[in-house]
Design a protein around this ligand. Structure first.
Ligand SMILES: *[C@@H]1O[C@H](CO)[C@@H](O)[C@H](O)[C@H]1NC(C)=O
Ligand SMILES: *[C@@H]1O[C@H](CO)[C@@H](O)[C@H](O)[C@H]1NC(C)=O
Ligand SMILES: *[C@@H]1O[C@H](CO)[C@@H](O)[C@H](O)[C@H]1NC(C)=O
Ligand SMILES: *[C@@H]1O[C@H](CO)[C@@H](O)[C@H](O)[C@H]1NC(C)=O
Length: 510
């Protein structure tokens, strides 16, 4: 009964939206050049869709051009006559994908229904797009594009969204599967799951994938290098594209929140924020196998004012990866493992400039990860990493709990360069637990030695796991050691290097 009347209510909303949309047509005529120009771009994007290259860009404009096309499907509900009084869409309206034709049977393609739902939700401030529980929605690559969307939209995800596993759905390869761009105040919330069904990708291009540098230091006691990331999954007839998509990506958005949901088995990175200001992630999970290649948990790039907490991350690469252009990032109460730990970098690849500052990572538990807390930079880069605090990190059977590597290289042919991303004001405090290969590895650049590295309350005990075990190692690392530490760390040099550098010369704003 309740559900029936809710459907009626939704039906009434749909009518209202349809009427409102047709009235919008006239409003558009008054808009300026910029609007019309953008519209042209979007339309052309839409036309290209058939070639399977780009995303299915959806927003208000596209849905409109679609409704004008001749192949318009039969109107489900009769349109009210223009004379009827029109209720404008109300702030906080709800839009359920089931009302837009989504089947949620795990087999039918629900992409179009998601597009249509978003197109309507986009127009209403603080609207809710509902992806209900008890259903499994098969959705292809899709962009919830927002330059003209209202603020504070809630994407209520309680059901499951699954990715297509046939190569055709991905064209020549895409950088992401589900994308939210240019939105303000968007929230994804619920107890639902986003399942990238990545195993079909992991097998295919595993030989081309970069292997984490640190693996080279893991030598089993029978004197052979340990090869990780073995083939997983099963062989397939269809070859997936070599570009593997991130499951969920936010681009160019302000004040976005992700909470409650789980993202699992992404082909590549699970959750990515790129060019965002104001990011909140909490009560969130990532789940994929420890041997799935390049499956970062959360990836941050060119993003600031980020808070990540109360989150469980299990994956095949970095649990959290903080890349160039990130500042004011606070991560706390995160469980990481399996995975490669929490990393800043890799930075400065191919001679690029990287600037990262004010990063705090605290109250973390790591289990069976490759590294614990790490900074990795390539030779030949420039820029700086300044102001990093790793605090209260509990490690359990972690290969390399404390690591700075300025000689990072994820393939065999890397050349030596003098320039480097400069590191200063890096604190490791209260790092405790067990390691299986090397407790401390701080390998800094000859030309830009690490400055102001502080090690406090370090207590790391070995657990033999059949690998060669090393003593703490430091190279060109300067700062302060607050003894005693377990094990004894004798390699950190006190004070500042003779070849000290100033932050002004790094090319990053202070
Ligand atoms: C491994 O190499 C070391 C020295 O390189 C040698 O002493 C040791 O016997 C080797 N172990 C095995 C199992 O071959
Ligand atoms: C994002 O949130 C902050 C803090 O609530 C607020 O000051 C800022 O104006 C918001 N940004 C946008 C673009 O709405
Ligand atoms: C550093 O980042 C934190 C958030 O982690 C923020 O509260 C603080 O204001 C930032 N400090 C500076 C100097 O910007
Ligand atoms: C780079 O430098 C290291 C250490 O000095 C050296 O062992 C290595 O051969 C050099 N590599 C190249 C390609 O010059």
């Amino acid at each position: 009964m309740g559900e029936f009347s809710f459907k009626k209510l939704t039906f009434a909303f749909v009518i209202a939206i349809l009427v409102w949309a047709s009235s919008l047509e006239t409003c558009n005529g008054r808009r300026g050049k910029h609007w019309r120009h953008s519209r042209g771009t979007l339309t052309s994007l839409y036309k290209k869709k058939g070639s399977n290259h780009g995303h299915q860009v959806i927003n208000v404009e596209k849905s409109k051009s679609k409704s004008k096309s001749k192949s318009k499907p039969k109107q489900k509900h009769p349109l009210p006559t223009p004379e009827e009084p029109v209720a404008p869409p109300q702030k906080g309206s709800k839009f359920n994908v089931l009302d837009y034709g989504a089947k949620g049977d795990g087999a039918s393609d629900d992409t179009k229904a998601f597009q249509a739902t978003w197109a309507d939700a986009c127009k209403v401030e603080a609207s809710t797009m509902i992806v209900p529980s008890g259903y499994e929605f098969l959705v292809g690559p899709i962009s919830f594009a927002g330059p003209y969307c209202q603020r504070n939209i809630l994407f209520q995800l309680d059901g499951t969204i699954i990715a297509p596993t046939n190569a055709k759905a991905w064209g020549k390869g895409l950088l992401q599967w589900l994308e939210f761009t240019k939105l303000v105040g968007l929230t994804i919330r619920g107890k639902g799951t986003i399942d990238g069904r990545g195993s079909v990708w992991w097998t295919n291009s595993v030989l081309e994938d970069p292997i984490d540098n640190e693996e080279q230091l893991v030598i089993s006691l029978d004197n052979t290098t340990v090869t990780k990331n073995p083939q997983v999954g099963s062989s397939l007839e269809e070859k997936m594209p070599s570009t593997k998509p991130t499951a969920l990506r936010f681009y160019g958005s302000f004040n976005v929140t992700v909470t409650g949901i789980t993202i699992q088995n992404s082909p590549q990175c699970h959750l990515k924020f790129d060019n965002c200001d104001g990011v909140l992630v909490y009560s969130f999970s990532v789940s994929s196998p420890g041997d799935s290649p390049n499956t970062d948990g959360i990836h941050l790039q060119n993003s600031k004012n980020v808070l990540i907490h109360t989150t469980d991350l299990a994956c095949g690469d970095d649990c959290i990866s903080i890349q160039t252009g990130c500042t004011n990032v606070f991560v706390h109460d995160v469980n990481c493992g399996p995975g490669h730990g929490i990393s800043i970098g890799s930075l400065g690849k191919d001679g690029t400039t990287a600037c990262v500052s004010n990063i705090t990572v605290r109250d973390i538990k790591m289990q069976n990860t490759m590294t614990g807390v790490r900074i990795k930079t390539w030779q030949g880069g420039s820029g700086s990493v300044q102001g990093v605090l790793f605090s209260n990190i509990q490690v359990s059977e972690v290969e390399f709990p404390i690591m700075i590597d300025q000689y990072y290289c994820d393939h065999s042919s890397c050349t030596n360069h003098t320039s480097a991303v400069a590191l200063s004001n890096i604190a490791y405090e209260n790092i405790r637990g067990t390691y299986t290969v090397k407790p401390v590895h701080v390998s800094c650049s000859d030309s830009k030695p690490c400055m102001d590295v502080r090690l406090t309350d370090i207590e790391l005990k070995p657990v033999p796991k059949g690998y060669h075990m090393y003593d703490p190692f430091c190279w060109q690392a300067f700062g302060e050691l607050y003894a005693p530490t377990i094990p004894e760390i004798g390699c950190l040099q006190q004070g500042t290097p003779s070849s000290s550098w100033s932050p002004d010369e790094t090319g990053c704003a202070a």
